[in-house]
Design a protein around this ligand. Structure first.
Ligand code: NOJ
Length: 562
């Protein structure tokens, strides 16, 4: 681990720049493939529907296989596929009933093998999703738990507890589900024969997603078998769902109200939330065991944690040298359009991962959040900002995760209430996440835009004005977002190939300035055009002249740096 005086850690915390250890290389080469990879997230239900041939409006494994050339043309290194396992689909696959089989909606194990084989032939790595925090309520373990009495070994794989109050009619604690409402549901007592109220089980998400008890060794053993099953089939890595959630504080105590309290440290004052359900220290031992399994396979297998931690420092604990390889860094994704805010995220992230002797990841969109052009204001301004943020992100060391459809400049869709399917919509009445999950438009003038056979709307209806944002329409149009993404990824491969990771970042007024590998990246988050640094403009997110217009970014090789 680095010390305060070693390279890689800012020596003056008030200096708004950061330097990451220059010892590492990025991209393919001496560093492992994942360290500087660009990974494309495939949300399987919405990527491409090729199975069955008549089309059922839901994307599948055969659809991915057919569309892999798009990823090659785009220039990514790997794809991450959201869950395709046997599942009742209450949370669209994040409710798994069988971790080692494919849901018939998406194909079968042979279709998976065909997809993986084709991806490898095309030099694309494949990351699959692992959902260890909870199973589906239809998983045989949970069904057995429901049929078994309190205190039984079947119940001990989950978090069943007696309720509070005279009849046990109140939940065991005050935790809330991420999808709204209480995090506990009461089940009938199997011995009463009358459906009388029995124990409660914990579900931090939907009622159909009971949380496992990771203090029970049976649970860890089961997941080690699952890891080996997919590693034996040849996957290159895992994206670990809710990686910070597996362990809860053992007492299952109430969450303190008010939940947020200010924590003053020597450098900053920050507001932290009391979270007895997240980010418990015991979880790290699980990842140490998984790391040993991953390392026992040839070919640089990896895992990336989805850990919504409260600070960059706690995120970095998941990627210590003997734990997972990467953790999603959601800092930028949660940041408003502002150069100082972007600089703070970049500097904080670089410093935190340097402490763990690891490399960062960057992400602007995924299947759980509002698409970034919409977050940045929508319309032409939102799209320009989205492209600018992407270009700045792609210059940074570490790996970048792209979400399907962002390469087309897709915006969040306002899905009509009758078509919404997100469990959080049903539990809260708030729009939820369907708007970023609308199936991809590939070609043509009307739904389904080549997503599947025929013209029947897919599982979430597509807008009728998407004919200009299909892959076909944007291909060959130099000004399109797709052409821009292809150029940006090509620039990353050529300009940054083999570059070390030493990086400085700061805000100069409303301009984010990043310096890496002899290039200067500038992003204008202000309202006025600003002078461009002198030198050769290698790529820009929109047209530039001697000045950098608002909402635009560019990579410049300074004249002196040649
Ligand atoms: C995070 C996944 O990204 C999200 O889609 C899912 O609903 C939750 N984890 C629960 O598995």
């Amino acid at each position: 681990m680095s010390t305060a005086a070693s390279p890689g850690v800012p020596t003056d915390p008030t200096d708004p720049t950061a330097v990451l250890s220059p010892a590492r290389a990025s991209g393919r080469g001496e560093a492992p493939w994942w360290r500087g990879a660009v990974v494309y997230q495939v949300y399987i239900r919405s990527f491409a529907d090729a199975f069955p041939a008549a089309g059922d409006g839901i994307g599948d494994l055969a659809g991915i296989t057919e569309r892999l050339p798009h990823l090659v043309d785009l220039g990514v290194d790997a794809l991450w596929i959201t869950p395709f396992y046997t599942s009742p689909q209450h949370d669209h696959g994040y409710d798994v009933a069988d971790y080692t089989d494919v849901d018939p909606l998406f194909g079968d194990l042979a279709a998976f093998d065909a997809m993986l084989g084709r991806a490898h032939e095309l030099d694309l790595r494949v990351i699959v999703d692992l959902v260890p925090n909870h199973t589906s309520s239809e998983h045989p373990w949970f069904q057995a738990a429901l049929a078994s009495p309190p205190g039984s070994p079947e119940r001990a794989r989950y978090l069943f507890r007696d309720g509070k109050g005279p009849d046990g009619a109140e939940p065991p604690n005050n935790w809330e589900s991420i999808f709204g409402g209480p995090a506990w549901t009461r089940v009938p007592d199997p011995s009463s024969g009358s459906g009388r109220g029995g124990q409660w089980y914990l579900h931090l998400f939907d009622t159909s997603q009971p949380d496992l008890d990771w203090r029970n060794p049976e649970v860890g053993d089961m997941f080690e078998d699952v890891l080996r099953f997919w590693l034996d089939r040849g996957v290159d890595g895992f994206r670990v769902d809710v990686a910070h959630g597996l362990f809860k504080e053992a007492s299952l105590r109430d969450q303190r109200r008010p939940r947020k309290t200010k924590e003053a440290s020597s450098m900053v004052e920050r507001t932290l939330t009391d979270e007895p359900m997240w980010d418990q220290p015991e979880v790290h031992e699980v990842y140490r065991r998984w790391r040993r399994i991953l390392d026992s396979y040839p070919g640089e297998r990896m895992a990336v944690a989805e850990a919504w931690t409260q600070t960059a420092e706690s995120m970095a604990r998941f990627i210590r040298p003997d734990e997972l390889h990467q953790a999603f860094n959601f800092g930028w994704l949660g940041t408003e359009w502002s150069a100082p805010a972007f600089a703070e995220v970049v500097v904080g992230s670089l410093a935190a991962v340097a402490e763990a002797d690891s490399a960062p990841t960057w992400v602007l969109s995924n299947h759980d959040v509002v698409r970034h052009p919409t977050r940045y204001g929508g319309g032409p301004v939102g799209l320009a900002r989205g492209r600018a943020a992407t270009l700045a992100m792609l210059a940074l060391p570490g790996s970048a995760y792209l979400y399907q459809g962002e390469e087309l400049g897709l915006e969040q869709v306002d899905v009509p209430p009758e078509a919404r399917q997100d469990p959080s919509w049903f539990r809260t009445g708030k729009p939820g996440r369907d708007g970023c999950r609308v199936p991809i438009p590939w070609s043509g003038q009307a739904p389904t835009y080549g997503f599947g056979a025929g013209t029947t709307q897919p599982w979430i209806p597509q807008p009728t004005d998407w004919s200009d944002v299909t892959v076909t329409a944007e291909t060959g149009d130099e000004g399109s977002t797709l052409s821009f993404y292809r150029r940006a990824l090509a620039a990353r491969r050529t300009v940054l190939a083999g570059a070390d990771e030493a990086t400085r970042a700061r805000a100069d007024g409303d301009v984010l300035v990043i310096e890496r590998a002899g290039i200067t990246v500038v992003l204008n988050a202000g309202a006025e055009a600003v002078p461009l640094p002198g030198g050769e403009v290698l790529i820009s997110s929109d047209r530039v002249s001697e000045t950098l217009p608002p909402d635009t970014a560019a990579w410049v090789r300074p004249a002196t740096g040649r």
